[in-house]
Design a protein around this ligand. Structure first.
Ligand code: SF4
Length: 291
């Protein structure tokens, strides 16, 4: 939940989630629909799907026990080097480092080198004796990430309280490397077309859109803005929406119709039981103003 999301946003979700699913087994016995409904509003829904798929695989294939090697743990859905190392360190107390942006910055600053010029894996292996000189590996994995987030911060690092300030090359150098954790923001323009059933207050949705974001979710017809034929559509609104590092300028069009294309299904605008991503909810809200 914490990937790309702040702690204060995650907390209420985490508490509700762990109360409902106190074990991997209970999670694996749930359904993707239920998990997504509980995740609603948190975004990055692939995390929820992977978590659910992981729980099932661990229960069925690994008899309820997390694999103990990086190779094996990476066979689980959504687990790469970063999460794999974090889990092995935190769960099994193995000497591991979870290389996230914060940790890479700590290393880069200490060497006063650009991240791009560092082979992090080689660096960790050749310094393993010093790095893992602890019997608290699980805490060390977490602490290193927190250290980057709270002390060796992207801006204004707290060098005066830092335990590494005697040896840190960044602090001592007159030519300090620049660190940046700016996300690459992409801008896109999309036209969204909503078939609306006036009598039943319904909107037609499909999983047919293949846009990369919100893949496999029910959405109205979405097309990248170009010379789309919009003559028979009425403009409802223009607004902006952000998904991950994508900033989208949206023209929302509608058409009252009782007929919908193949692969579309009617959804009630008042449907509150099913999982609906906030991107779609926002569309529902605007279409509701037509009634
Ligand atoms: S001395 Fe400053 S720059 Fe160096 S590791 Fe500590 S906080 Fe980061």
């Amino acid at each position: 939940m914490l990937q790309q999301t702040q702690v204060k946003t995650v907390l209420p979700y985490f508490n509700k989630f762990t109360k409902k699913f106190p074990s991997l087994e209970s999670l694996s016995k749930s359904s993707e629909k239920q998990i997504l409904k509980m995740w609603e509003g948190l975004g990055y829904y692939r995390r929820a799907r992977n978590l659910y798929a992981c729980s099932k695989k661990i229960i069925v294939q690994y008899k309820g026990k997390l694999p103990k090697t990086l190779n094996e743990i990476k066979k689980l859905p959504g687990i790469g080097d970063y999460t794999g190392n974090a889990l092995l360190g935190m769960v099994y107390d193995q000497p591991r480092i979870a290389l996230d942006g914060n940790v890479k910055r700590v290393f880069a600053r200490n060497l006063n080198k650009k991240e791009i010029n560092i082979d992090f894996n080689k660096l960790i292996v050749s310094n393993s004796k010093t790095l893992f000189n602890t019997n608290r590996n699980a805490d060390f994995v977490e602490a290193l990430m927190e250290f980057g987030a709270l002390i060796c911060k992207p801006k204004n690092p707290k060098c005066f309280v830092c335990c590494l300030n005697k040896t840190c090359k960044y602090l001592r150098s007159s030519k300090k490397i620049r660190t940046s954790n700016k996300k690459m923001i992409r801008n896109k323009n999309y036209d969204i077309f909503c078939f609306v059933n006036k009598k039943n207050k319904q909107i037609a949705l499909t999983k047919k859109n293949n846009l990369g974001f919100l893949k496999n979710f029910n959405l109205p017809m979405i097309k990248e803005s170009n010379d789309n034929n919009i003559k028979s559509w009425k403009l409802l609104s223009n607004y902006r929406n952000s998904i991950s590092n994508l900033k989208i300028n949206i023209n929302l069009y509608y058409k009252f119709s009782n007929k919908i294309p193949v692969k579309y299904n009617w959804y009630s605008l008042e449907n509150n039981k099913e999982f609906i991503p906030s991107f779609t909810k926002r569309i529902f809200k605007q279409v509701s103003t037509l009634f």
